[in-house]
Design a protein around this ligand. Sequence first.
Ligand SMILES: *Cc1c(COP(=O)(O)O)cnc(C)c1O
Length: 352
Amino acid sequence: MTAPEVVADLRSDTITKPTPQMRRAMVDAAVGDDVYGEDPTVAELESRVAGLLGHEAALFMPTGSMANQVGLRLHAGPGQEIITDSLAHVLRAELGAAAAYSGITTRSWVAHRGLLDVDTALEMMVPDGGPYQVSTACVVVENTHNFGGGTVQPLESMRRLREETSAVGVGVHLDGARLWNAHVATGVPLSDYGACADTVSVCLSKGLGAPVGSVLAASAERIAEAKIWRKRLGGGMRQVGLLAAAGLHALDHHVERLADDHARARRTAAALAQVAPGIVDPEAVETNILVLDVSAAGWGGPAFVEAAAQAGVLGYPTDARRARFVWHLDVDDAMTDRAVERLTDLLSRRGK
Ligand SMILES: *Cc1c(COP(=O)(O)O)cnc(C)c1O
C-alpha cells in the first residue's frame, strides 16, 4: 500500500522547517566561542529575550527540556519537590529528568484543560516541611498549556500565585515554551507574564519556526548558576550564533503571525464541533493547539489519529481518548481547508 498523500502535517509545531530568509540570517551570523562568552549573536539573543520577559539575564539552551530542567535545578535539589498539574510537560514529556538529574520529587493535581488551579497549588504546597514533610521549592506553571489544548493561563491567576508563593519563599518556574502564543492571543505583554515567575523558559523551535533553541530567563545571579548547570548537563555550545540568529529572525518575523495559527485552529474546532458535538468546545480553543476528545464521537485517540493519517491529516494521540492537532508556520489556509474537509468527513461517517 502506498503512503497516503499528506494534506496537512499537524503533529506538532516543532516540525517547521527554517524559511529561506531564516537560513540566510543563520549563514550571515557573527559567531564566537559561546562557552567563553564570545558569541555576539548569542549575547544579542539572550539580552533581547531577557528584555522581553522583564528579567535581568537569559541563557541560550539547545532544548526547552534543558531550559526547564536547569530552571528547576535552580529552585530545587535532591529530596526537594516541585508541584504542578498532572499534564505538565515537565512531568509527562521530559522523561523523568527532574528525578534522574536533580533528585527532585514531584506531586501534581488534575487540572481541567491544564488551567492553573491556584487554590489547589496553594493548598498542596509545603513551604517548610522541616524534618517531617518534603518541602516544596517551586510551583511550575505552563503557559500556554500543551496537553491541555493550548490553554492560556489567566494573568490574574499567575499574579495571585506569585504573590502567595513569594510571601512564603516558594519559587515559581514558568514553562513558557509557547508564551509567545499566550501573548499574541491576549495582548498581555510578555514582561507581565515574566513578572509572575523567578525563572522562565521559552522555545524558539515551536511555532516561531527556528530549527533549534530555547532560552531561560531569570536574575543575573540565577543565570550565572544556570550557566554552570548547562555546561554540567552537556549543553555548553560553541559557535552557536548560527542557531541564535535563527531565533532572532523568528522574533523579528514570526511572532505576530501566530494569530493566523490561532484562527485556523479555532475555525477547525468550530467545523468539527458541528459534525461531532462534544469533541471540543470551540470557545476554549484559544491558541494553535486543538485537543479533541474523540471518545465523544465513539473513537479512541490512537485509532482516530491513525484514520486521520490515512486521510492525509497527521496528528498525535495525547491519550486513549484524545487526539491533538497543532497549527504552525508551515500550514496555511488552503491546507487547513483540506484538513477540515477530511476530518469532518471522518467524524460524520462514524456512528452512522
Ligand atoms: C516542547 C515543549 C517543551 C520543550 O521541549 P523540547 O523538545 O525539549 O524543546 C517544554 N515545554 C512545553 C510545554 C513544550 O510543549
